[in-house]
Design a protein around this ligand. Structure first.
Ligand code: C5P
Length: 241
């Protein structure tokens, strides 16, 4: 079973600092240094170290292919780590990476470049579940009650027992994901995650594997403090082993 991991990292990261200059590296948290390495590299290391993963493909903006490619080459990863040019949206970036995969890839895992604290066991579990079932994602139960609103007024309360917050990895049989992207393109559907593209095919039920609140998506400035604390803990654990 050949497993490829796609990391979309071609965003501008405008959410963290709205109004930041377009190409400023500061607002692009995938390149923000943590402990001397870009967050993206911390994420790649998790997959490089995972025994069930065969290769990592990173989608980057055209202007980042050169300098990030050079930095990656110096990292001595044990597995192939390739870069491809991303697209206009996250979905297009993943689509480009998917198109670059060899035909013999069986399983594709898509993971946010800015979630460096995913653990080995979660990666393995979600890949195994997807291999069995066709599709599986990592999710956690919400601790807050989720409301629907319209113009600052609540229009509904969702039953928390029936909700999960979708994290990544999101993992699929390669053929199923290709079909989902083909259909999304045909229907001009743009989703905020890969699972939504597969769900609308109605071919398989997407399974959910429990995630962890450590698997944070570094999005807000306050996440950086949390990330530093998690990194320090990981370093401590490595030392004690
Ligand atoms: O889910 P969200 O919109 O936060 O996903 C953002 C992720 O997708 C980031 O890792 C970002 O770098 C990536 N992205 C991309 N290509 C784009 C826009 C975003 O790879 N055109």
């Amino acid at each position: 079973m050949k497993v490829s991991v796609i990391l979309p990292a071609a965003g501008l990261g405008t959410r963290m600092r709205p109004g930041a200059p377009e190409k400023s590296g500061i607002s692009r948290k995938q390149f923000m240094l943590l402990d001397g390495s870009p967050i993206l590299f911390h994420t790649i290391r998790k997959f490089d170290a995972c025994p069930v993963v065969d290769e990592v493909v990173v989608a980057l903006r055209a202007e980042d292919l050169g300098w990030i490619g050079e930095m990656l080459a110096k990292e001595n990863f044990t597995k192939p780590v390739r870069v491809v040019e991303g697209g206009e949206t996250r979905q297009h970036s993943v689509e480009h990476a998917l198109a670059s995969l060899a035909p013999d890839v069986d399983i594709v895992a898509v993971h946010d470049a800015v979630r460096p604290f995913v653990d080995d066991q979660t990666i393995i579990r979600v890949i195994e579940e997807a291999a069995r079932n066709g599709a599986a994602i990592v999710g956690i139960v919400p601790v807050d009650t989720v409301k629907q609103i319209q113009r600052h007024q609540i229009t509904g309360t969702l039953n928390r027992d029936r909700l999960i917050l979708a994290q990544t990895p999101q993992v699929f049989h390669a053929s199923l994901l290709r079909e989902a992207f083909r259909k999304a393109r045909e229907d001009e559907f743009i989703g905020t995650d890969e699972s939504s593209l597969v769900e609308r095919l109605e071919q398989v039920n997407v399974m959910v594997v429990p995630g962890s609140d450590r698997n944070i998506k570094i999005t807000k400035p306050s996440d950086i403090q949390l990330a530093k604390a998690f990194l320090a803990e990981e370093a401590e654990k490595r030392k004690s082993h």
